[in-house]
Write a protein that binds this ligand. Structure first.
Ligand code: ADP
Ligand code: ADP
Length: 233
């Protein structure tokens, strides 16, 4: 089953006299439970592609189908709803609410979904336990290490049971050892059935995934299977 179908997607920006082709005819599908790394040099279109996949932006032309819904045709309110329901975002800088404890940070997406408080707390606790932070529920982000903060962010991304986990440079602010621990968590999530797309410029991080898509000048330059993924087997 395809979670994502992208066909001939373009995103153009008019900058004065110049037309910037941030994405220029990108086509690929993502099946359920795939684990993909998006690579490419700065300016190659990675952020633009992630913004489109994450329903934060709409394409200039082309087709984006997410779980059989034609995203290209939706209005802003519909996009916001899909974003909250179907996409879990993880960022390089964690983006947690600093004065709010872990439990409340993770509950946030469930508040937007209209879930009642007791159920929210239960579901947020379960998800924090799953990422190894069951004993840190009432800690604030500044009482946690970088790796723990990223785990909270991953729990927040997962708590709504999204169709895709989208992670933009998830290890970019972590030392190598902590980054590897986060990649171990992604591996577990992949094995547990999650569909994962990460953006990274680090080959060692990309090699944890099962498939690498490399962009250059807004086009797919390479789309290949990873032969021996780190941590596989
Ligand atoms: P990265 O993807 O490496 O984290 P960014 O996406 O922030 O970096 O920026 C990549 C390139 O896109 C940069 O050259 C930046 O100047 C350009 N860029 C990003 N957003 C905008 C914008 N809103 N207007 C113009 N240029 C932008
Ligand atoms: P990457 O994430 O790989 O660094 P981006 O997707 O940020 O690449 O950018 C791709 C191209 O589109 C770059 O040339 C960038 O300058 C341009 N770009 C990105 N966002 C904007 C924007 N909002 N306005 C104008 N140009 C943009």
């Amino acid at each position: 089953k395809n979670v994502i179908e992208i066909e001939d997607l373009t995103k153009h920006y008019q900058m004065g006299q110049t037309l910037v082709r941030a994405l220029d005819g990108v086509t690929f599908n993502v099946r359920e439970n795939e684990y993909i790394a998006i690579m490419g040099p700065s300016g190659s279109g990675k952020s633009t592609l992630m913004n489109l996949i994450g329903c934060l932006d709409t394409p200039t032309t082309g087709e984006y189908i997410l779980n059989e819904q034609r995203v290209s045709e939706l209005d802003d309110a519909e996009l916001a709803q899909i974003r909250n329901r179907e996409i879990g975002f993880v960022f390089q800088t964690f983006n947690l609410l600093p004065r709010t404890d872990c439990l409340s940070n993770v509950e946030l997406p469930l508040i937007y979904s209209g879930m009642k408080s007791s159920l929210r707390k239960k579901q947020a606790t379960t998800t924090l336990t799953k990422v190894g932070l069951g004993d840190r529920l009432d800690h604030k982000p500044n009482e946690l290490s970088g790796g723990q903060r990223q785990r909270v962010a991953i729990a927040r991304a997962l708590v709504n049971d999204p169709s895709i986990l989208l992670a933009d440079e998830p290890t970019g602010n972590l030392d190598t050892k902590t980054g590897d621990e986060i990649m171990l968590l992604f591996e577990e999530l992949h094995r547990g059935g999650n569909t994962i797309i990460i953006v990274t410029h680090e080959p060692d991080i990309a090699n944890y995934a099962r498939r690498i898509i490399r962009l250059r000048d807004g086009k797919i330059e390479l789309d290949k299977k990873v032969e021996s993924p780190t941590l596989a087997n």
